[in-house]
Design a protein around this ligand. Structure first.
Ligand code: DGJ
Length: 712
């Protein structure tokens, strides 16, 4: 087998590097002027010389010089580089032109993972840049990172530090896919044909989500779900991010991404280093579907918290849709008793349990139990939940404060604010400045105390407002704009510290639904509450969008009662369960009101879910038919071991009678034999994929779940 990273030399003795994954190669090297030039990224080719060599692409064009024509790996701003730079900085003498020259490279092997570090430096100023490349061979991905270092004795102001520029081969047609939407309509797929110019996805509100996620995919020349060349990538950062797709006048396409440079500045003092978030990207020749599966596998094997990476996510009950903030010991115990009958494993009490929290306008920040609702504290409820055989979880929103609290009275300086400017509140809440170490310490103390003094196994970590008037005027000199990054880093550090001290705890993250979902927070949380919209039909569209970029393992959905927020549609319980099952399942309905037959049906569906949860959470997902394409949609899961598969089919509205289709499956072993629910004779994998299985459905909002077991 060829090594994952090789350093080779051109005939003229210039170094270039070949990075290999299972199916792909990524090649770059020093061109004849010493720039770090991108050469190739795509399917692996037979000979090393097939990829071409750095320096070959120079052509003369009026008004351009080689630097402007070079597809650089890490362009810095200042000289003849007019595209999106990765780095922009001002030195202590006000010079704001960065030049980078190659210093050396190092290949390290850690276990079965190889890492390449390329060091560059400014020829005059004390600035070093270390670029890192780590191939993930089995998922055809490359993780890129960058650390900048001030090797002098005067500060440098960094105004832009993007982790990577990814360069793409010349194709006439590129379709750029991003995820957009808004509160309650997250993960809408947006496809645009790449024109000349720029397409920017970014956030300036402090969290990644709702209208843009730090993720992109680029399909070449008509690539679709199952076919064609697709490049894709995601940033592991949930603060303000920016990903710019740029096609210049010569047709060159690059995607540059990292921390958003808007209102950003970082002071790099003498001897200091700054590491930007990881940007992971990959390539496949098998369409958007395979691009998703590669990312899902990577997230499960490398990103989600390691302590629980192999554990099945529990079946959760969450109280929000049933009792809102009107929680009490009595009503929660009543619900818990019903939840236990259903087979729920984790009972989570949502907002409303603390301070004076009867409405969203008060209480946040004073994290003491409301004794009017829980006269003896949380202990009796938790004890009862545990006696019923379930674990207990609790809602928190550590980054927020209501102004009418003891916390705010004691520490008004802890919120972001500017003097002489009003506060723009949302839900009557303000954002605590997590760039501050005292705020981080406060949050750690109350969360640690909750976990130490109570048998709490799960936090739902919410965040319901965005950053405005982001003043941090008592910041150390020149550091106030670092809050955009320090806040996010502060949350990650806090979560890491809590997880280290309480390794059993499961974290669900949420921001009014899918307002904070990205690979950064994924490293610290098992599950994402993906949307406050629990309409299962809408959720089919959100599932399709979500799974473009994120593993079903992290998709947490609740079966709720129909409510007025969600289209006022009526669905069968089975349909609601089927949609929610495609990942981590929970129940959020007002179950004390459920009839015996609803309880029985839900119990049966949860029992079935538990039998196939491993496949639905950890398996490979195939989006067989898109809800965007017609009335019938279908999703197939195949277990990692290949021993079982589960198909969900959803009929939106039948027209002209019974809808009959043959669903052609994917991802099976063509030579294996399978038993399909409802079909007597065994079928080969080949037949299931080439001929398909018959599905007949009639009615509106009808669903089917078909289980398939491998026999031989
Ligand atoms: C917003 C979340 O998305 C809801 O699920 C719920 O937890 C509320 N916050 C509570 O205030």
């Amino acid at each position: 087998m060829l090594p994952a990273i090789e350093r080779l030399s051109t005939a003229e003795g210039r170094p270039f590097w070949v990075l290999r994954t299972r199916q792909t190669a990524y090649v770059f090297g020093l061109d004849d002027r010493g720039y770090l030039q991108h050469v190739y990224w795509g399917a692996q080719l037979v000979l090393d010389s097939d990829y071409g060599f750095p320096g070959e692409s120079h052509v003369w064009r009026a008004f351009e010089r080689p630097k402007a024509l070079t597809t650089e790996e890490f362009p810095a701003w200042g000289d003849l580089n007019f595209g999106e730079p990765c780095l922009k900085a001002t030195f202590s003498d006000s010079v704001r032109c960065v030049l980078l020259e190659f210093v050396d490279s190092r290949i390290e092997q850690e276990g079965d993972r190889a890492r390449l570090t390329i060091t560059l430096k400014d020829p005059y100023y004390p600035l070093r840049v270390h670029l890192t490349y780590s191939p993930i061979p089995e998922y055809d991905l490359i993780e890129r990172g960058v650390t900048i270092e001030n090797t002098g004795d005067m500060p440098i102001t960094v105004e832009r530090i993007m982790t990577a520029a990814w360069n793409f081969p010349n194709h006439d047609l590129y379709r750029l896919r991003t995820l957009s939407g808004s509160w309650a309509s997250e993960f809408q797929i947006q496809d645009v044909d790449l024109a000349m110019g720029k397409q920017v996805i970014e956030r300036r509100r402090g969290a990644a989500g709702f209208d843009s996620y730090p993720w992109f995919a680029l399909g070449a020349d008509g690539a679709d779900e199952r076919h064609g060349e697709v490049w894709f990538g995601a940033l592991a950062f949930g603060g303000n991010f920016k990903i710019v797709t740029e096609r210049n006048g010569f047709g060159d396409v690059a995607v540059t991404g990292g921390i958003n440079d808007f209102d950003f500045a970082w002071r790099l003092d003498a001897g200091e280093r700054f590491t930007a978030p990881t940007f992971v990207a990959g390539f496949t020749e098998a369409g958007f579907g395979e691009a998703s599966r590669l990312q899902h596998g990577y997230q499960i094997d490398y990103v989600v918290p390691r302590q629980t990476a192999h554990d099945l996510r529990p079946v959760v009950y969450n109280s929000w849709y049933a009792t809102a903030r009107e929680v009490s010991e009595a009503n929660q115990i009543q619900i818990a008793e019903r939840a236990a009958q259903l087979g729920v494993e984790m009972f989570v009490m949502d907002d409303g349990w603390f301070s004076t929290r009867t409405d969203p306008r008060s209480g946040l920040g004073d994290w003491n139990v409301d004794l009017r609702k829980f006269p003896n504290g949380l202990e009796p409820l938790i004890r009862r939940v545990n006696e019923l055989g379930m674990k207990f979880g609790l809602w928190v929103e550590p980054e927020m404060v209501n102004p009418n609290t003891e916390l705010y009275k004691a520490h008004p300086e802890w919120v972001y604010h500017f003097p002489n400017r009003p506060f723009s509140e949302g839900r009557n809440q303000l954002v605590l400045n997590f760039a501050r170490e005292d705020v981080q310490a406060f949050a750690y103390d109350f969360l640690d105390e909750l976990l130490t003094e109570n048998n709490i196994a799960y936090f739902k970590w919410d965040m319901n407002w965005h950053f405005s008037e982001v003043g941090w005027l008592d910041a150390p000199a020149g550091r106030d704009r670092e809050m955009w990054v320090r806040h996010t880093q502060g949350i990650y550090d806090l979560l890491a510290k809590l997880r280290a001290r309480h390794p059993h705890v499961i974290i669900e993250t949420c921001s009014g639904g899918g307002g904070r979902i990205d690979l950064g927070i994924m490293a610290y949380s098992e599950m994402f509450w993906t949307s406050d919209n629990t309409d299962p039909y809408d959720d089919l569209f959100m599932f399709e969008g979500f799974t473009q970029a994120f593993a079903p393992l992290t998709r947490f959905r609740l079966v709720t009662d129909p409510d007025e927020m969600n289209n006022e549609r009526k669905f069968s319980l089975e349909y609601r369960f089927h949609v929610a099952m495609m990942g981590a399942l929970g129940v959020g309905a007002d179950i004390p009101r459920w009839s015996d037959s609803q309880m029985d049906e839900a119990k049966r569906l949860i029992a079935t879910y538990k039998e196939i949860a491993e496949t639905l959470q950890f398996g490979r997902v195939y989006r067989l038919l898109s809800p965007r394409d017609g009335s019938l949609s279908a999703v197939q899961f195949v277990s990692r071991a290949g021993h079982e598969s589960v198909v969900f089919a959803f009929l939106h509205a039948s027209r002209f009678g019974m809808q009959r289709v043959r669903l052609r499956l994917q991802g099976l072993d063509p030579d294996a034999t399978y038993q399909v629910d409802g079909i007597e004779a065994p079928m080969s994998g080949q037949a299931l994929m080439k001929r398909g299985i018959p599905v007949a459905m009639i009615g509106d909002y009808v669903s089917r779940m078909i289980r398939i077991r491998r026999l031989l």
